[in-house]
Design a binder for this molecule. Sequence first.
Ligand code: SF4
Length: 713
Amino acid sequence: MKTVTRSTCCYCGVGCGVLVETEHGRITGIAGDPDHPANFGRLCTKGRTLPLTASSTTGRALRPEMRVTRDEPRQATDWASALDHVADRLAAIIERDGPDAVALYISGQLLTEDYYVFNKLAKGLIRTNNIDTNSRLCMSSAVTAYKKALGADGPPTCYEDLELAQTVLFAGSNMPYAHPVLFRRLEDAKAKNPDIKWIVVDPRRTDAAALADLHLAIEPGTDVALFNGMLHHLIWEGALDRAFIAAHTADFDAVKALVRDYPPHVAAKICGIDERDLMQAADWFAASPATLSLYCMGLNQSSHGTDKNLALINLHLATAQIGKPGAGPFSLTGQPNAMGGREVGGMATMLAAHREIGNAEHRAEIEALWGVSALSDRPGLPAVEMFDAMASGKIKAIWIACTNPVHSMPDIARVRQALAKAEFVVVQEAFAQTDTVPYADVLLPAASWGEKAGTVTNSERRISRVRAAVEPPGEARPDWWIANEVALKLEQRFRRAAQDSATTRTLFPFASPQDVFDEHRLLTIGRDLDIGALSYATLEQQGPTQWPMPAGAHEGTARRYTDGTFATADGRARFLATPYLPVAEPTDARYPFHLLTGRLRDQWHGMSRTGRADALFAHTPEATLVMRPGDATRRGLEEGQLVTVTSRRGKLVLPLQTSDDVAPGTVFAAMHWSGQYLSSGGINEATIGAVDPYSAQPELKHAAVRIEQADLP
Ligand code: SF4
């Protein structure tokens, strides 16, 4: 008999609702959930093909595996032995070298409940803040900018604004590929009202740029100069909302003084665009009744990602394009639960419910709520620094869950070196053959989408249920359960070492994801993301809901700051002066090309899942390096020929594809193909580990490279 389970798509931050059809314990079909407010029944190709990639034992990690010494292969074992071994090794390293010798590297693919248990395990039990996530590579610059400018993390906007905006600025976001269902909503709105203006800021002519009213094909990394130039123009034209600035913001004068240095002709020259286009974009931005900025990795994955976000938010504050329907800065989360991970504080730089590690009051609140003492006030190591600390021998053990850093981190050679140097590596994975699995001393088989339950939060702060439709294959277990079991065993070992036989209460009393959610909910009370009124029962009754929803509220919150009161101490948003700084690695005579990286429409991350469906290779069958035809001709290169892409850190070989979509002096490669598919490795062989000074997000989007004919044997 067929059954249907209501759940949420596991790919991008749109967070589409899905109806999963199962028969005889297998996922047999999928449909968009017509009642889910993110997608109203629509799905993109990735969502539609979920049944082709789910619920199979092929390629899955099915049993725990472990090895005792590095020079032996891992052997299949049982859960009890694997969990004991993990707890024993971690406890021994912590006792010998201290808690900060251990690190956890987790994932925006995890559910909120998984994230919560991992975070409590690291910060509440081990007492290290060395827990970071691949969301560091995704959204951390947006987070830092929201906190600096608006006083709290999280977008002020909602998806309904896609239909209400009269001007839409896309900055570093190829929505047709990265957030397809949201892009369809924008297309529908524009079809109904052709006067809606689309401005696309992107060095490449992406699908979004091709459809735009104005494409600003800026030089890579010059976004801050563009936004400063637009603000200069608006100040000159007297097009600001002076009343809003006076009533609801602070520090405008510092920004006004800074942008004096960016008159349109100067800013346009830095950006390599026509100054008239810059001024046109500024005029549309300010004059529109509602301007919405949609931005993603093009701003965030940069060594100046926070400044890029802030310079754009400055424009919204100066023109009062915030806190009203259809308007505001709207960062689009890449991963399905990058937002939920932040809510539970599952990163090296934060505590639960948007609290700060460096804030003694915040630590005391979490200590009281968890019933622990002396949470660490030492900042944890964010992703790039974490692997660097492992390479230098400071971190001895790492537990990696639901992510593949040997593919996704910048400068992969450095990551391989770090993992080879680590004393003990645990990999918790649903798939048996990622690039990271060979480094595992212990492999813990994890349940995947369709097999586990919990919640995720999408780009508009909407919390949706994820439900299990089938049993996990083999001995795979849900991620929260695995973390909880190790936590219980570690807790026993710590008590034994402290000769504490009196304490019987556990920090990990969770018997289900619902238990975990209930504790998470309590920690949010009184905070900006308060979900005191939200429970699994509420989600069941009223469906996916946006935070905040404090006790007494009957529904979630669509938009924030609608009364002009921001989440800062004095209620005023902050203008932040952002001077333009160039990319971390400028091109030069030896490395003359700007390498840009990005996503394809039908693939997801390292293709662990999407690589299992042939249908998803129809759009783009193979990895390529995209180059301007004139650049190729000048170098004697031809379409389809194999070329070597070389940076100061590494190289890889790709077939050449020529296209006018990239600018002269610029090449593009997709992020998806890894060493699993390409013997020469993926594009992150070439990228750079330079990070933003505020968010620690690496500049995955840009590196300087040279391109040569491949020297084949
Ligand atoms: Fe899934 Fe994103 Fe596609 Fe929606 S838009 S179906 S969430 S991949």
